[in-house]
Design a protein around this ligand. Structure first.
Ligand SMILES: Nc1ncnc2c1ncn2[C@@H]1O[C@H](COP(=O)(O)OP(=O)(O)OP(=O)(O)O)[C@@H](O)[C@H]1O
Length: 312
């Protein structure tokens, strides 16, 4: 028997009134992958997250988690899923352990199983000596770890995390990623997270880029960067459109304006820079050469910078 995909999303669309938040999104995630939904604000990540976590009903399309459809088998789906929402779900007046026990009661985890899982989670998340601390006395990073412990308590096969790095300092972020990698390698957990941080997406096995509700790219970070190939040249100039026309007519180079910079992709970065400087040095204030980044992938796919506001 072929084992089911961890997550399967088929032709999912979602509207809030007239606003199309997701538009015909289809993709599948394999068991044991660390998968990031990357996108700028408003891209549709949270909407997809709410649909995956069964918090919101599907309007159009199908989603299944380990072979269970979210429409028809909501309970089975919820048993397979651990969910860590952006909004804190902890009771701040209770201790770490009391918060974990609340979750245990919700999922019916008791006795020796509860004891063993709690100890493993506290130790792996480096919370063992914090178990009796009141949550409101903990730092943001420690609280997020308690959220993770709650989400993993019923040993879900798929862990969903909505923007888990928000508000964490770099050390706390690294600790969280160590734990996610442990979950994947030690327990085969599929980890699916949303992020608007390009550097975070670099750590994923695969990335889906969502922009204005559409899936614009889907692959490993390296393959995405290689797909646009060669080098990226960025030019600071006072006359972007004038320079773009000149590069086209004199060098047959196709450049675009992105956030007041002129940008182009080329196979031969140093050679292209020499050619540009020979014909248009008077219009160039600064010129830089770089290997493509995920930001370049986004620009390549959408014509906009990752951080640029989308006009409604
Ligand atoms: N409850 C809602 N009612 C109306 N429009 C909504 C609602 N939630 C989201 N939207 C709109 O749907 C689109 C997708 O939003 P969504 O929150 O899914 O994006 P996102 O990628 O998660 O962005 P962010 O990082 O800002 O949360 C946006 O245009 C947003 O304004």
């Amino acid at each position: 028997m072929i084992s089911p995909r961890a997550v399967s999303i088929e032709n999912v669309s979602h509207r809030y009134g007239k606003r199309q938040a997701l538009d015909q999104v289809s993709l599948a995630i394999d068991p044991g992958e660390i998968f990031v939904f990357l996108g700028p604000n408003g891209g549709g990540k949270s909407t997809l997250f709410r649909l995956l976590s069964t918090l919101m009903s599907l309007q159009q399309g199908e989603i299944s988690i380990l072979g269970h459809g979210v429409r028809s088998h909501k309970q089975q789906v919820r048993q397979q899923l651990g969910v860590v929402f952006q909004m804190p779900s902890l009771d701040k007046k209770l201790t770490v352990l009391e918060n974990i026990y609340q979750q245990a009661a919700l999922y019916g985890v008791t006795g020796q199983t509860l004891h063993d899982r709690t100890e493993l989670l506290l130790s792996k998340l480096e919370l063992a000596d914090r178990r009796h601390d009141i949550v409101e006395d903990l730092s943001g990073g420690l609280r997020r770890r308690v959220e993770l412990a709650k989400g993993m308590l019923h040993s879900p096969k798929v862990l969903l995390l909505d923007e888990p790095s928000t508000g964490l300092d770099p050390a706390a972020r690294q600790a969280m990623w160590r734990y996610l990698e442990f979950l994947r390698s030690d327990q085969g957990v599929t980890v699916v997270l949303t992020s608007h941080l390009l550097e975070e997406a670099e750590k994923a096995d695969r990335i889906a880029i969502l922009d204005q509700g559409k899936l614009v790219a889907l692959d490993t970070p390296d393959a995405l960067k290689e797909s646009i190939g060669g080098d990226t040249i960025t030019i600071r100039t006072r006359q972007p459109q004038g320079l773009i026309e000149r590069l086209q007519t004199e060098l047959n180079l196709a450049a675009t304006e992105v956030s007041e910079f002129v940008r182009l992709e080329t196979e031969d970065g140093p050679g292209t820079i020499r050619a540009i400087m020979q014909v248009a040095s008077d219009q160039v204030d600064a010129i830089t050469l770089a290997k493509p980044s995920l930001e370049d992938v986004f620009i390549h796919m959408t014509g906009r910078q990752f951080t640029e506001e989308v006009k409604p």
